[in-house]
Design a protein around this ligand. Structure first.
Ligand code: NAD
Length: 274
């Protein structure tokens, strides 16, 4: 599905400014949204091909309303999951993973459910998924977590509404549905991380989904430098030191080149680390 056919390219000045902002940082935290994954072929919510373009996304009420709704939920899932699972991280995901390997990134707080940060090579403990994961399925009765591939294999053999093999309970993915509160534990961890970072780098989020959008605000209020890379303006633009309205992949790939390959080393930036 085509995403944002026209490209938005950052200027050389913007790329240099972002590299200079990141170079001396020791505890960068990235806050990411659906926009970081559009270049991997996963639509965001509001852009072309996104869920809002084809009607409102499913709600918790829809899911709880009964067997028919759950059947529709699992059928959508059976058809769509293989496509999601086949997607690969893009240059923006890979740049963040490289920052982590260089010891400069203390964590990623993501609203995404696609698992692409982990696929890019992050330590999974450093990725906080505020809205859950499409790769895990939970029993609403006994709480057992199942790998999504296991459930997918069952669905392909036997389409319908899968039950928990342990207790017969109702299964759903660990993703947060509309109308459902965000789990408290990941939000608390994200806020702690935000309070202790020196740079908060927001990538591909409209920053309108609450309370997730509070996380970069907490960082900025605690004294972190705030930089945003997003195709469109966001409510936090006025608070940011740097706003780049451009595509994340090419922007972060260019910043990565400056940081790691062209010898920009303020504060002892180590070059050559892959
Ligand atoms: P959003 O759809 O509200 O906003 C995405 C933003 O990214 C938009 O402002 C858009 O202009 C920008 N964008 C799109 N492509 C970009 C690119 N290549 N480079 C830079 N910016 C780009 O997404 P959100 O803020 O994450 O909030 C919506 C909710 O959607 C979240 O709760 C998330 O859980 C869910 N969601 C996740 C996925 C995923 O896991 N990949 C996909 C769709 C929706």
């Amino acid at each position: 599905m085509e995403q944002y056919p026209e490209r938005r390219i950052a200027s050389a000045d913007q790329i240099s400014m972002l590299a200079r902002l990141l170079a001396p940082a020791r505890r960068i935290v990235a806050f990411t949204g659906a926009g970081i994954s559009t270049e991997s072929g996963i639509p965001d919510y509001r852009g072309p091909g996104g869920v809002w373009a084809s009607g409102a996304p499913p709600t918790l009420d829809d899911f709880l309303r009964g067997e028919e709704m759950r059947r529709a939920y699992w059928e959508r899932r059976r058809v769509n999951y293989p496509e999601l699972a086949s997607r690969h991280p893009n240059r923006a995901h890979r740049m963040l993973a490289r920052l982590e390997r260089a010891g400069r990134l203390s964590g990623v707080v993501t609203q995404n459910i696609d698992g692409l940060h982990q696929k890019a090579g992050h330590n999974p403990d450093r990725v906080i998924e505020l809205h859950g994961s499409a790769h895990h399925v939970r029993c609403m009765t006994c709480g057992t977590i199942w790998d999504a591939d296991v459930i997918q294999q069952r669905l392909e053999r036997d389409p319908g509404v899968p039950e928990c093999e342990r207790c017969g309970g109702v299964l759903r993915t660990t993703t947060v549905l509309f109308g459902e509160p965000m789990p408290a534990a990941p939000l608390r961890r994200a806020v702690d991380l935000a309070r202790s970072c020196d740079v908060m780098l927001v990538i591909g989020s409209s920053l309108v989904v609450q309370p997730a959008a509070q996380v970069p605000l907490v960082a900025q209020q605690a004294g972190a430098r705030l930089a945003l890379v997003n195709r469109e303006s966001t409510p936090l633009d006025p608070l940011a030191e740097l706003v780049i309205a451009a595509d994340a992949g090419p922007t972060l790939a260019a910043v990565e080149r400056l940081l790691f390959e062209n010898g920009l080393q303020p504060g002892g930036w180590q070059t050559g680390q892959k």
